[in-house]
Design a protein around this ligand. Structure first.
Ligand code: NAI
Length: 337
């Protein structure tokens, strides 16, 4: 049966790289029915709302979305896109894989997956100023909230991901030596979950500062990494840097009620409309979607076609050192499928 997927083309370069991705996925033979919906500035122009109910309703129905980059309008009266999506679908796991595609870079053989808790920690938005004397902003407090259930589900997600994707090891990253309560709860819960996978998936713990150094010295030693919200935010960009930046970085936001796949980069206003954007990150996000629905065969075929095209370097977009347009690059990938 055909899988229904909500397609949000997005703003700026979004529509052209999303169209390229749909061409590639369809050419692979994947049986997907796309339900195209608006979000971002294109939705503001049409409905006066950057995340219209029709788009949320579509994802509620399909439980799957492929999303192009969105321009978030600044100003009063607009709903935050990310907050609406995170709340509606309880998107608790942010998954960012990073592996070496083009040889000859700073590192070879990097193949990492960062799994970041997406709903708790220092990013819950519990913040306030404290008045001292006549200075209303003499101090500020931000509260980090870690729950046992939130920690358990993210660490379990990391282990289940490792099992499903044939990975060997989960590294839990924390700062429990200093933040004994919040990070301590995350670490204790993680250790408990790890026991369920003893003998199947190796488990190790790293303190975040040492982890930052180890990732630079020996990135090839790590496999699946799981951590809390703030550390995951920082380390996921670090691992993108280990494999050459955000240009080919896909990401997924996985929740109880839905899963949303996207490129990590933005709308690239400087090249929008010129037909030269690299669709690679959205294509790799679509491969994560195919993996998520169990179509590993087509996910792998598309990844191979894309990576071979990039490695050959003959028909690649400007950001990858070539002169090809989005369409020419897309045609080259399809020819390899
Ligand atoms: P950006 O990622 O859009 O662009 C940074 C640089 O990378 C630019 O020089 C751009 O041309 C280049 N670039 C990005 N994607 C590319 C691609 N596929 N092919 C070739 N070159 C590419 O970041 P920027 O300029 O900071 O943000 C622009 C807009 O995107 C903002 O409105 C921001 O809010 C939004 N944004 C949306 C995201 C999302 O929806 N997931 C994520 C990041 C930013």
């Amino acid at each position: 049966m055909s899988t229904q997927v909500t397609l949000i083309p997005g703003d700026g370069i979004g529509p052209s790289i999303s169209a390229a991705t749909v061409r590639i996925v369809d050419a692979s033979g994947a049986d997907i029915t796309w339900d195209t919906q608006l979000a971002g500035m294109s939705a503001v122009a049409r409905y006066g709302d950057p995340i219209p109910d029709a788009t949320l309703d579509s994802i509620k129905r399909t439980k799957l979305a492929l999303k192009g980059p969105l321009e978030t309008p600044v100003g009063e009266g607009y709903r935050s896109i990310n907050v609406a999506l995170r709340k509606t679908f309880d998107l608790y796991a942010n998954v960012r894989p990073a592996h070496t595609i083009v040889p000859g870079g700073r590192y070879e053989n990097v193949d990492l997956v960062m799994i970041r808790e997406n709903t708790e920690g220092l990013y819950v938005g519990v913040e306030h100023y404290i008045r001292v004397g006549d200075d209303p902003r003499a101090a500020a407090e931000s509260v980090a909230i870690i729950t046992r259930s939130g920690s358990e589900r993210i660490v379990r997600y990391a282990f289940e991901y490792a099992v499903k994707h044939g990975r060997k090891k989960v590294t839990l990253v924390h700062k429990a030596n200093i933040l004994k309560f919040s990070q301590g709860l995350f670490l204790d819960t993680g250790r408990m979950v790890a026991r369920d996978y003893a003998g199947t998936i190796e488990f190790e713990e790293r303190i975040v500062d040492a982890m930052a150094m180890n990732l630079v010295l020996h990135p090839e030693r790590f496999d699946v990494i799981v951590t809390t919200n703030l550390f995951g935010d920082i380390l996921s960009d670090q691992i993108s840097g280990l494999v050459g930046g955000l240009g080919l970085a896909p990401g997924a936001n996985i929740g109880i009620n839905g899963a949303i796949f996207e490129a990590v980069h933005g709308t690239a206003p400087d090249i929008a409309g010129k037909g030269v954007a690299n669709p690679g990150a959205v294509v790799l996000a679509a491969c994560m979607l195919l993996d998520h629905i169990g179509d590993h065969d087509r996910a792998n075929r598309i990844r191979n076609a894309l990576e071979t095209t990039i490695r050959e370097g003959k028909t690649v977009t400007r950001d990858l050192g070539g002169t090809a347009t989005t369409d020419e690059f897309t045609d080259a990938v399809i020819a390899k499928l």
